[in-house]
Design a binder for this molecule. Structure first.
Ligand SMILES: Cc1cc2nc3c(=O)[nH]c(=O)nc-3n(C[C@H](O)[C@H](O)[C@H](O)COP(=O)(O)OP(=O)(O)OC[C@H]3O[C@@H](n4cnc5c(N)ncnc54)[C@H](O)[C@@H]3O)c2cc1C
Length: 524
């Protein structure tokens, strides 16, 4: 059985098992002194990244031992002992090829991602986004990983970066890496081991939302339910019968048109809400020495402090949301997204906050439609642990100093569920390649997954910030054979996606990926 221990095996015996590629790699002094047999892959952390990595390595015929510390040692945020638990939002974000995370997801599907397969199977309505029933998703992941014949799941905390083992190790312990392991990683990577903080959105009980005050619609009428659901028509034509809907039913009737519930604000209501938000008491940062928020995930009160209209141009922007009662866009709007398949929980989109819970109950009830809302979960502030990717990592997600040590997921310096799983996908493939003595490889920078790998290993190390995938980090389009680069952003994005998928296909062929033989096996 795979063992993560401190004792060194006999050098000659271990060398005999060393895969050729590993021997040929850039070995540090420590590594040359260490002895390694490449027989299996060890993965620490059974989150999005670790579970995907385990699946990918095992799918290549390599035995995997996956160490997950829950439930033996809980984290401050996870609630279950399941693998790949979604700790906050149930959204995997955009799912169309005109946005970068939609492209990343499509690439992962083509690479046989277990996270994508489980997410697609647990999909709930969310406009042009992919949102999932969180219970169903993590149950499917736990079952797929837990019953895989080549994966051994061990419920144990690993307190140190393993020095000796019988194959490559992937550290995928996420933003809430346990304290002892964090300290050991800090000792290993030095001052590049950093902390920053995010804040999470509250969730309300659906039956406590005042449906007479809210209306159902997706922005610009974009919906995954098939026909375009023009918000202007809500309350006028029944999409099934094409007959006029009873106007008395008004908005807020759950008519299936549009995937969000929208809480519309008048100017007065917005100003009242803004004042309450600005005067609300925030939770103290006593555990932390410094508050550094990730710009893409700012708490609403931090956004509000930048100016009265900041929220109206951010998470409360009303554009593309026509209130059927008035036929106009409201002054501002809060969107509520279905959070589980049963449809009894809705989360406030983009409403992460560090207000004290009592204050949240007071301030959020000023949102039209939420006057009597019951909160299933309040927003909160949380720690995020990550390494300085460009200083520590290569494009393969291996460390620069040790061929056999990988980081993946949020701790490797990416941001988000999908990006974390994507990094696990590449780390898992490459760790398996190391065991099998095959060349390590990463898709080209014209793909989303390759661009992410490049960013993590090549961005400017000074003030390094974890990233979500964006088209901005993918190699730009070049005019080819008389074909100009499209000037319109959406068309350009679609063209970037088309090129990415073509290049990914070519890469998969070139590395003679055996993925297809595994990609279609059903989740038990
Ligand atoms: C409160 C909070 C809210 C967030 N909200 C969002 C969001 O809404 N959307 C989004 O895209 N991202 C969000 N994130 C970021 C999110 O954590 C990542 O996107 C994703 O979960 C990262 O996947 P991961 O596999 O790297 O880490 P995780 O999913 O956290 O998995 C890491 C696993 O490692 C285990 N572990 C830790 N230390 C050890 C150890 N020493 N030994 C063994 N096991 C260990 C943990 O128990 C955990 O299961 C949030 C993070 C936090 C903390």
């Amino acid at each position: 059985m795979y063992l993560l221990g401190e004792a060194e095996p006999a050098p000659s015996e271990a060398r005999a098992h060393l895969a050729p590629k590993a021997r040929a790699g850039r070995a540090s002094g420590i590594e040359r002194a260490r002895t390694v047999t490449m027989q299996s892959v060890g993965i620490i952390g059974g989150g999005l990244a670790g579970s995907e990595a385990a699946w990918q390595a095992a799918s290549r015929g390599v035995p995997v031992t996956l160490y997950e510390m829950r439930p033996v040692r809980p984290t401050a945020v996870h609630k279950t002992d399941r693998l790949a638990e979604l700790v906050c939002s149930n959204s995997f974000r955009g799912d169309k090829l005109d946005n970068a995370v939609g492209l990343l997801k499509e690439e992962m599907r083509r690479l046989g991602s277990i996270v994508m397969r489980s997410a697609d199977a647990a999909r709930v309505p969310a406009g042009a986004a992919l949102a999932v029933d969180r219970e169903q998703f993590s149950r499917a992941m736990t079952q797929a990983i837990g019953t895989h014949p080549r994966i051994t799941l061990v419920r144990e905390e690993i307190p140190r970066v393993p020095r000796v083992f019988d194959g490559p190790v992937i550290i995928a312990t996420g933003p809430l890496t346990s304290d002892s392991l964090s300290a050991d990683i800090a000792a290993m990577v030095g001052s590049d081991h950093l902390y920053f903080y995010d804040a999470v959105s509250p969730i309300v009980l659906a039956e406590t939302i005042d449906r007479s005050r809210v209306f159902r619609a997706s922005r610009w009428g974009r919906s995954l339910r098939g026909a375009r659901s023009d918000a202007r028509s809500v309350g006028s034509l029944d999409p099934a019968t094409e007959r006029p809907v009873d106007p008395a039913a008004g908005c807020g009737v759950d008519d299936g048109e549009g995937d969000y519930l929208n809480c519309p604000f008048s100017k007065d209501e917005y100003e009242r809400f803004f004042e309450a938000l600005m005067s609300a008491e925030r939770a103290p940062l006593h555990e932390f020495d410094q508050a550094k928020f990730f710009e893409g995930c700012l708490p609403i009160e931090v956004m509000a402090s930048r100016g009265i209209d900041t929220l109206r141009f951010g998470p409360m922007k009303p554009v593309g949301l026509v209130d059927p009662r008035t036929g106009r866009e409201p002054y501002a709007a809060v969107q509520l997204r279905q959070d589980n398949l049963a449809g009894d929980h809705f989360s406030l989109v983009g409403f992460q906050t560090q207000m004290k819970w009592g204050e949240q109950a007071r301030v959020l009830k000023l949102i039209p439609g939420l006057e009597n809302a019951e909160f299933v979960r309040f927003g909160m502030i949380h720690r995020n642990t990550y390494i300085n990717g460009p200083t520590v990592l290569r494009e393969t997600w291996q460390t620069k100093t040790r061929d056999d040590l990988f980081f993946a997921g949020q701790i490797s310096g990416v941001e988000g569920y999908v990006e974390s799983a994507a990094s696990g996908l590449i780390a898992g493939r490459n760790a398996a390649a190391l065991v099998r003595g095959e060349p390590l490889s990463v898709p080209p920078r014209t793909t989303a997954i390759g661009a992410l790998a490049y960013y993590v290993s090549h961005a400017a190390p000074r003030n390094y910030q974890p990233t979500n995938i964006t088209f901005g980090i993918i190699s730009p389009l070049q005019p080819v054979a008389g074909r100009k680069v499209p000037r319109k952003k959406t068309e350009r994005n679609v063209a970037l996606s088309e090129r990415a998928l073509a290049d990914l296909g070519a890469w998969m062929q070139a590395v003679n990926s055996p993925i297809h033989q595994f990609a279609n096996s059903p989740i038990e």
